[in-house]
Ligand binder design. Structure first.
Ligand code: GLN
Length: 192
């Protein structure tokens, strides 16, 4: 399987390392051409304003929208913001996933925290959720499956072949969320 990671800004290298633990050599995507032939794409965490500007500058905005309408995409933190159809006080970017988000709603950088999350779909132990100036999903589509909540708010959601997490699995040694995304990619790749 060919998995890409948007590599304009933010924590892309960490995703690549986690995927390599799972035997996948991910490709770094910086141009629309880099999306060709991929079975899935990760939009990493970082700073969504910088990332969306760089993406638009490189002509990636429309290409990401087109890619996400037919292939699996996983948005992490800032990447989740890029995927949302509604963003409080600003224009949405790719608008791929039907949800509303509020940026930085979990507090400032120095209020970052790790919370044990119950992610039944991953089985086993709680998942360490690393929250860094995370966005809050204030409204999720009834079509989305909420995989995990924190304080009652959704923090991991899947809708069709789209996955969104407001926390950072690539900053933990736990590869289960990445394995889950690879399953989505394999399921999509098996379809015509
Ligand atoms: N606060 C960032 C934003 O709004 C997201 C933070 C993150 O990706 N860790 O873009």
């Amino acid at each position: 399987m060919r998995i890409g990671i948007l590599a304009l800004q933010g924590a892309f290298a960490e995703h690549r390392e986690t995927l390599s633990l799972l035997g996948v050599r991910a490709e770094l995507v910086r141009t629309p051409g880099g999306l060709e032939g991929l079975d899935g794409l990760i939009l990493p965490g970082g700073e969504s304003t910088s990332m969306r500007r760089l993406a638009a500058w490189g002509g990636l905005d429309g290409a990401l929208r087109d890619f996400g309408s037919v292939r699996p995409v996983w948005g992490v933190c800032a990447g989740l913001i890029l995927m949302a159809r509604r963003v409080e006080d600003e224009e949405p970017f790719a608008g791929l996933m039907d949800m509303a988000v509020a940026r930085n709603a979990y507090g400032r950088q120095n209020e970052s925290f790790v919370a044990d999350l119950r992610l039944e779909r991953l089985g086993g132990a709680p998942f360490p959720g690393v929250f860094i100036r995370a966005p809050r999903v204030t409204e999720a589509s009834p079509d989305a499956e909420v995989l995990a909540r924190h304080d009652g708010w959704p923090v991991a959601l899947v809708q069709g072949f789209l996955l969104a997490t407001s926390f950072h699995p690539e900053l933990t040694p736990d590869p289960r969320m990445h394995a889950f995304f690879l399953q989505l990619c394999a399921a999509r790749a098996a379809l015509p």
